[in-house]
Design a protein around this ligand. Structure first.
Ligand SMILES: [Zn+2]
Length: 249
């Protein structure tokens, strides 16, 4: 069962009797005055929960069902920490999209099954994260950090994920030296950068030759490169980056 409600219309006691196990619930527009409507949420046998416009600094006032395996919180600028998330110890997938400055995510340590974590900003504003220290040693196999304000972020904790198999790190302003640390730790991530993926959005061809551009964020804000017209600059950047990576090995 898959249901969506505005928080003002949410009636948990009514849902409790009729929701089968493994259900999915999306709650939107959770104003401060609506927070009390979340009382009893933990009795619902949910596998998936999505919260949008959550008016709370963390999850202490959100009674998460212990059955949850997937949680998504988005468009929630008040959210700054994840305290309270330990109530859902079976959580495997967590997506945070356009929250406030993420100050404290240390509580992720209490989730032994967490496999996939995405933290995503959105145009026009980049997602701010105080530090990535919380990542240290998490059991993640997949990590996505997209549209992050990464200019001052130390990426070292990413290199200390023992089970990591997939990583999508998307600037636009991570420091090349920080990216090089990560590429030195995971040779497959280095290959992924060097492969120069096509820019995912069609309709931004090279202004000169109209060819589809490649994506690479290693030189300031320039993230789009024409494989032909920019080939000289590209080769230089890739060579410099390879040297930088070698220095971290
Ligand atoms: Zn071109």
């Amino acid at each position: 069962m898959d249901r969506t409600f505005e928080a003002a219309r949410l009636d948990i006691s009514d849902l409790a009797g009729r929701m089968p196990g493994g259900s999915s619930l999306a709650i939107e527009t959770i104003r401060k005055a609506d927070m009390k409507r979340l009382t009893g949420l933990d009795v619902l046998p949910l596998a998936t929960l999505s919260l949008r416009w959550l008016s709370a600094p963390n999850l202490e006032a959100v009674p998460l069902p212990a059955t949850l395996t997937e949680l998504r919180i988005w468009h929630s600028s008040k959210l700054k920490g994840l305290k309270g998330i330990e109530a859902a110890p079976d959580l495997e997938t967590l997506e945070l999209r356009e929250t406030g400055l993420l100050e404290d995510a240390a509580d992720l340590k209490s989730l032994p099954k967490l496999r996939s974590l995405s933290i995503v900003g959105g145009p026009p504003s980049l997602q701010k994260i105080a530090s990535l220290d919380f990542l240290n040693g998490l059991p993640l196999t997949e990590l996505t950090l997209t549209a992050i304000d990464g200019a001052k972020l130390d990426l070292t904790p990413i290199t200390q994920l023992p089970n990591l198999e997939q990583l999508y790190l998307h600037g636009p302003n991570f420091q090349p030296s920080e990216l090089a640390k990560v590429a030195a730790a995971y040779p497959w991530f280095f290959d992924q950068l060097m492969d120069l993926p096509d820019y995912p959005i069609d309709g931004m061809p090279c202004k000169k030759c109209r060819k589809r551009q490649k994506e690479l964020f290693l030189k300031g804000k320039k993230g789009l490169w024409c494989p032909e017209c920019d080939s000289k600059g590209l080769t230089k950047i890739l060579d410099d980056f390879s040297e930088l990576v070698a220095s971290f090995r």
